[in-house]
Ligand binder design. Structure first.
Ligand code: SAM
Ligand code: CA
Length: 246
């Protein structure tokens, strides 16, 4: 069960990132966390969440309910070979690593190694670091290299995209080739703080306004892409699951 301090922390974070726009109330979100998420959250994920809460960019972390969702999804689809674009301190990475079988793999990319290394001791202690192949640098050149290599085509069971929103469509062009037919891509933050339905004069934070058009463009493109079937879920800040069908 969460402590009071933790509740406070979650509540303020909740207001900060605007999940309220996706659920009827903060109380409802809190109910989900306390009833269905925190009681079963592995100790290592809680430790990483607490550690990340102290970091100045903690707004970027995956929420505990979304971590739980990713963990279950990976088990449901029996994913073994996965990729993550956008690691930060590794909450979604650890949620993924815990769900994979012992010989499962995650190719993880981020331009920032320092934040990954902040969470790494927790991942190591959890005994799942051997599943992770971390690459430091911008994801696009890595993906281009993999496409050029040829041997990665159709090889990933699951790909989680949670990095620079202005590149999501560029990522999509490439990872649609790398995910296997029947495999799943998850694009994160596709409801973008609820701003996808904000009126033009709404007072949005600068970064929310900047990325909003890219998110809208992505959502429109995914909805008509004949190579995938999709489902957009109001979990976290919105996650769009895409199953490759051709
Ligand atoms: N999934 C992470 C988690 O669970 O905490 C959150 C990821 S955070 C929202 C976005 C991350 O994308 C940042 O760590 C940032 O350094 C990384 N990023 C930004 N641009 C990138 C790029 N071009 N290539 C790879 N990573 C990038
Ligand atoms: Ca995210």
């Amino acid at each position: 069960m969460a402590t009071n301090g933790e509740n406070q922390n979650q509540v303020s974070r909740h207001q900060e990132v605007g999940h309220k726009s996706l659920l009827q109330s903060d109380a409802l979100y809190q109910y989900i966390l306390e009833t269905s998420v925190y009681p079963g959250e592995p100790e290592c994920l809680k430790e990483l969440r607490d550690l990340t809460a102290k970091h100045p960019w903690n707004i970027m972390t995956t929420s505990a309910d979304e971590g739980q969702f990713l963990n279950l999804l990976i088990k449901l689809i029996n994913a073994k070979n996965t990729m993550e674009i956008g690691v930060y301190t590794g909450y979604s990475l650890l949620a993924t690593a815990l769900a994979l079988p012992h010989d499962g793999k995650i190719l993880a990319m981020d331009i920032n190694r320092e934040n990954y290394e902040l969470g790494l001791p927790v991942i190591q202690k959890a005994g799942v670091a051997h599943k992770i192949d971390f690459r430091e640098g911008p994801a696009l050149p890595f993906l281009d290299q993999m496409i050029e290599d040829g041997k990665y085509h159709g090889s990933f069971d699951f790909i989680f995209v949670d990095a620079d929103k202005d590149n999501y469509l560029n990522y999509h062009k490439r990872i649609i080739e790398l995910v296997k037919v029947g495999g799943v891509i998850g694009y994160d933050n596709t409801l973008w703080n609820g701003s996808v339905v904000a009126p033009p004069d709404a007072p949005l934070r600068k970064y929310v306004r900047y990325y909003r058009d890219f998110v809208l463009e992505l959502n429109n493109a995914l909805a008509v892409d004949p190579r995938i079937e999709i489902c957009q879920l109001p979990v976290g800040d919105g996650i769009t699951l895409c199953r490759r069908i051709s």
